[in-house]
Design a protein around this ligand. Structure first.
Ligand code: CMP
Length: 142
């Protein structure tokens, strides 16, 4: 618990479907502050490195291909218990298991095309935030 930061990615499927605003509203309605944001297109090397922990998994190549297929919005979210709080807003990763009312229940169309990513632990949040943002690109809003 306590104030935390987490990394969010609005994935290419959600950007393509023009639902960035819907996702931002859910983030803000959950009481999370957006303290850094940028739109970018990941290179294959960048996506491969970001998901390096999944390198041996059967879905790795499809995941990298998808994540590089179009622009994404990467953001740092801040708030009390931000990591778990954002995971509740996103819903379960497994397609079909996301709780009603969550981003993935409303917008995921497969386990790969699942609209959003959020860090799953404090350690990974730190690594993922550093992967995309320098400290001076993250703003204090409190
Ligand atoms: P994300 O939170 O970005 O972390 C890894 C991603 O791999 C996950 O969301 C899914 O989009 C994708 N993925 C594809 N297949 C699987 C799978 N079988 N299990 C877990 N993640 C998968």
């Amino acid at each position: 618990m306590g104030t935390e930061r987490t990394l969010s990615i609005i994935k290419p499927d959600a950007v393509q479907r023009n639902i960035i605003g819907d996702i931002e509203t859910r983030i803000e309605d959950a009481g999370l502050l957006i303290v850094a944001a940028k739109m970018l297109r990941m290179s294959r090397v960048q996506a491969g490195n970001f998901y390096e922990m999944h390198q041996k998994k059967s879905f790795y190549d499809d995941l990298v291909a998808f994540m590089t297929s179009g622009p994404v919005v990467v953001q740092v979210l801040e708030g009390d218990d931000a990591i778990d709080r954002y995971r509740k807003v996103m819903g379960a990763t497994t397609f079909g298991d996301a709780e009603p009312g969550t981003i993935r229940a409303e917008h995921a169309t497969s386990i790969t095309k699942n609209a959003v990513h959020g860090s799953d632990s404090k350690k990974n949040a730190k690594r993922e935030i550093k992967f995309f943002f320098a400290e001076h690109e993250i703003f204090s809003r409190t």
